[in-house]
Design a protein around this ligand. Sequence first.
Ligand code: MV4
Length: 506
Amino acid sequence: MASERRRVLKRVLVANRGEIAVRIIRACREAGIESVAVYSDADARALHVGLADRAERIGPAPALQSYLDIGAVVDAALRSGADAVHPGYGFLSERADFARAVETSGLTFIGPPAVAIERMGSKIGARALMEGAGVPIVPGRTPPDQTDRGIAEAADRIGFPILIKASAGGGGRGMRVVRGADDAVELIAAARREAAAAFGDGTLYVEKRIERPRHVELQVFGDDYGSVVHLFERECSLQRRHQKVVEESPSPALAPAVRERMGAAAIAAAKAAGYRNAGTIEFLLEGEGDEARFYFLEMNTRLQVEHPVTEAVTGVDLVRAQLEVAAGAPLPWAQESLRQRGHAVECRIYAEDPSSNFLPQAGPLLLYREPSGPGIRVDAGVVEGDEIGVNYDPMLAKLIAVAETRPAALQRAIAALKAFPILGIRTNIPFLLRVLQHPDVQRGAAHTSFLDEHLAELTTPAQASAAAIAAAAIAGRTVVRDPVPESIGGAPPSADPWTRLENWGR
Ligand code: MV4
């Protein structure tokens, strides 16, 4: 190992909001590092602002003029005397120009080198890099001839169905399925227009379409000295419109031999990118068990929303490790010392109405009580009394349940969701309950199209009103629960959610 070069981290500016800002601020405090929050006018009284040691206003409510304003964030960092910046996820976290602006200002970017973000930001470049590193990629082509004809010809050679993807895209943005040559030219033109408008780059590539794949991603971590480890996988197939809803670890679809090969591929991928700090390699998994094949999809060059399921099964604190590695420490773990133990599941609680096409909800959090208990963790960016607005992402909180086995973890998550009363705005909690209780999910059989294919049965409104649910949960032990069994002359079980605690979510 090269000699260690340490940097002091005494004060970290957290360039984010909501639950992830709270998560990072708490990790800083535990590490004896001061934190600086940033906030827009919409967030002046937000939880993360009150928790940090200091706070800097960075602009008005619109994200483009605040959380996405590189100049405003870097200025706030310099003004506050911070020596490092943690970008969180979303916002500026995967912007190479932001990482570079932070470093150019003499501050430490708590994340990968700007050049690694750049390498993985070009999806065509990333495919080539992975191919060179021996990481399996989806069969496909990058036509040097980028005309409609050039792309259509590439599609023809691969064989339909294919996917057209934008090199500057990612996360499903600007993607088109093409089932046959007839509609190819039209779809290619639409994909190019969309990519040019959205990313300022209309470059396209073509991949064979993998049928009913699973999304399995590997957590990786690198240090300044070229060491890279993986911290196993997260199964993220339960998504809607490329928005993850439930994640878990381990993946119920991974045979040990496949996990082993994916881990090695993820490490090779991160090393090829010159990666450092926390990152995620996304794979498509085709098939099950020992026969499953996997293909590199994208690398996410940031800490992810779903990082707690990895923390729950490995026992590591990923944010603490990010701070350590950013300060120049070598990785605190050898690969052989890392183990997956038990099973963890995360549910994302959104302020949205599943019965109205998941319309984001705004309004006052009149009542908000988090569940607690063994194996339950809630990461939230809100407290009771907050006003939920529509300026930012509608995710309110994440519920993470961990237990020895997958059925026990699912059961814990279900019980905790039923004990999570929220009043004032609608949330997706009833939807999450339906998802977790679905036989396919219980069997671990869900793939990436599951939520779309079962949307109707998962979103029909529950009988009980939100108010009844909340009141029943708060009332807790004082509610009389069918005190005398019917068989010995008692009243039949009540269907009234105001007097009954169980089954209101079904
Ligand atoms: C694919 C695919 C099937 N075949 N590529 C969607 C997000 C973006 N990261 C890539 N995506 C996909 N790429 C090939 N060659 C299916 C998807 C996909 C998907 C992937 C992961 C999780 C959810 C998904 C939902 C729909 C489509």
